[in-house]
Design a protein around this ligand. Structure first.
Ligand code: SF4
Length: 409
C-alpha cells in the first residue's frame, strides 16, 4: 500500500461521534457493546450494518444523555453516553488516482513588467497557447450545451436583423442563473407562440403575466419579466426600437451587466469590445493560475491586458463549453483532461488524501449497584483532493514510505 503516516493534531468530528454515541448506547442497552466494538476493531463489515439498525429508542446524541428511559423488565440498564474525545492517533494516507508520478504544474500567472522608461508591459502566462490549443481540442471532441443552445445561436435566423438582435438580448437576459437548455426552451416557445412573432412590438403588447408565462421555467422569471418589459419600453423610447450598439447603452438597460453587454455586442453586432466573463471563464482561468482574481470584472481586465483580441469572442464559448463538459464546477473530470495529462494545470486533482483519525467515546451504564464504563475508539475518515500544484509535497510514492515530510503542506 502506498502509505506513510504521521501524527497530526486531532480535529474533532462531532457528527461522527454523535452517531457513535447513539449507536453505542443502543448496543450497550442490548448488552452487545463488547461484540460490536471488537467487530469494528477488526474492520468487520458487519459493524456497519449494525450501525444502520440502530434502535430508534436509542435517541439522538448528547453529552451525558440518558438513553432508554422507560426500562421494562428484562431490559438492560439505562446508559449515559458521555463524549470524552481524546486525541489518540492520526495517520495520513495518500492514494494516487493514476499510475505513476503526476507531473508537476506550478501557477504561472501573467506578469507585469515595468521597463526602464516606466512603460508597463504584460507578459502572458507561459504555455497559454498550448493550454488554449489543447482546450480547443477537447472542446472539439465534446459537444457542450452552449454549442447548440447558447445565447448566440438562439435568435431565429429567418427573422429580420433587428428582431434577431432583440431576441439575442432577451436570450442573454434570460440566461443569467439559468441552464442553457431551459433558456433555449423558453426562447423557442416565444419564437413559436408569441402573438405577432418574437419581437419588440409583441413584447410591448404583452401583459406582464402573459410574458411571465412564456419564461416561467427560467430562474428569477418574475424579476426578468419586469426587466424585459422595462427594457422594451426604453428601446422603443430611446433607441429607435433597436438594441443599443455600445456597452454603455446596453448596461443602461435594467438587468444588463458588463458580461451580458460584451457578449451582446459580440453576438448581436459582431463587435468584440471586451471579453464576456461568466462564472466558467472566471473559475477556469483562475484554476489555470493565469491570475488570482475574486470578481469576474477583475478577470476581464486581467485577460484583456494580454489575450490577443482575436480570442476575445472565442474564449467565452471555449470555456463555457469546457466548464459544462470536463472542468465541471462540481466534480471536475481531471482524469479526462489533457491539461492534467501534460502537467499544465496546477489545479488538476491527481489523488486523494485520506486522513484517518481515532476518537475515544465513553458510555456509562447506570446499574443498580455499580457503574460500568464502556470505552471505545472510533475511526473518522476525512478525504480531500490533492492538486497537481501540491504534488511536489503531497502525493505518496512507493519510495516515500517512511518519509512523512512529503505530506507537509
Ligand atoms: S486538469 Fe482539472 S482543474 Fe485543470 S482544467 Fe482540467 S479539469 Fe479543470
Amino acid at each position: 500500500m502506498l502509505a506513510a503516516s504521521r501524527r497530526l493534531p486531532l480535529r474533532r468530528t462531532r457528527a461522527a461521534t454523535d452517531t457513535l454515541n447513539t449507536v453505542e448506547a443502543g448496543r450497550v442497552a442490548n448488552g452487545s457493546a463488547r461484540e460490536s466494538a471488537s467487530a469494528t476493531r477488526n474492520g468487520d463489515g458487519q459493524s456497519e450494518s449494525e450501525l444502520s439498525s440502530v434502535p430508534s429508542e436509542a435517541g439522538s446524541d448528547s453529552r451525558g444523555a440518558v438513553v432508554g428511559r422507560k426500562r421494562k423488565r428484562g431490559q438492560a440498564a439505562p446508559v449515559t453516553v458521555k463524549r470524552e474525545l481524546d486525541e489518540a492517533e492520526v495517520a495520513a494516507v495518500a492514494s494516487p488516482r493514476r499510475q505513476g508520478k503526476p507531473k508537476k504544474a506550478r501557477r504561472a500567472p501573467a506578469k507585469k513588467i515595468t521597463g526602464r522608461d516606466g512603460s508597463v508591459k504584460i507578459e502572458p502566462p507561459p504555455n497559454w497557447e498550448t493550454i488554449y490549443a489543447l482546450t480547443r481540442e477537447m472542446r472539439n471532441e465534446n459537444v457542450a450545451p452552449v454549442d447548440t443552445m447558447g445565447c448566440e445561436s438562439l435568435a431565429d435566423r429567418a427573422a429580420t436583423p433587428r428582431d434577431q438582435r432583440f431576441q439575442t438580448l432577451v436570450s442573454l437576459m434570460l440566461s443569467s442563473q439559468t441552464k442553457d437548455t431551459v433558456t433555449a426552451v423558453a426562447i423557442r416557445g416565444m419564437q413559436e407562440r408569441m402573438p405577432g412573432g418574437f419581437n419588440l412590438e409583441s413584447v410591448l403588447a404583452l401583459e406582464p403575466p402573459a410574458l411571465n408565462a412564456f419564461i416561467n421555467k427560467v430562474g428569477f422569471h418574475n424579476l426578468k419579466t419586469k426587466y424585459i418589459k422595462q427594457a422594451a419600453e426604453i428601446l422603443r423610447d430611446k433607441w429607435d426600437s433597436d438594441i443599443p450598439d455600445t456597452i454603455e447603452g446596453l448596461t443602461s438597460l435594467p438587468g444588463v451587466g458588463p458580461k451580458m453587454a460584451y457578449l451582446c455586442m459580440s453576438a448581436a453586432w459582431g463587435r468584440d469590445e471586451g471579453i464576456g466573463v461568466d462564472v466558467h471563464v472566471h473559475r477556469i482561468t483562475n484554476l489555470w493560475g493565469w491570475h488570482k482574481t475574486t470578481k469576474p470584472e477583475e478577470t476581464r481586465a486581467a485577460l484583456e491586458s494580454w489575450l490577443p483580441k482575436e480570442k476575445w469572442h472565442d474564449i467565452n464559448n471555449l470555456l463555457v463549453g469546457f466548464g459544462q463538459t470536463i472542468c465541471l464546477p462540481v466534480g471536475r473530470r481531471c482524469g479526462d483532461c489533457k491539461l492534467a495529462e501534460r502537467g499544465l494545470c496546477p489545479s488538476a486533482v491527481v489523488g486523494k488524501k485520506t486522513t484517518i483519525k481515532e476518537e475515544k467515546v465513553v458510555a456509562k451504564v447506570e446499574g443498580s449497584g455499580r457503574d460500568e464504563n464502556v470505552s471505545k475508539k472510533i475511526m473518522v475518515v476525512e478525504q480531500r483532493d490533492i492538486k497537481a500544484g501540491d504534488a511536489q509535497c503531497g502525493l505518496a510514492d512507493i519510495e516515500d514510505i517512511g518519509r512523512p515530510s512529503r505530506y507537509r503542506r
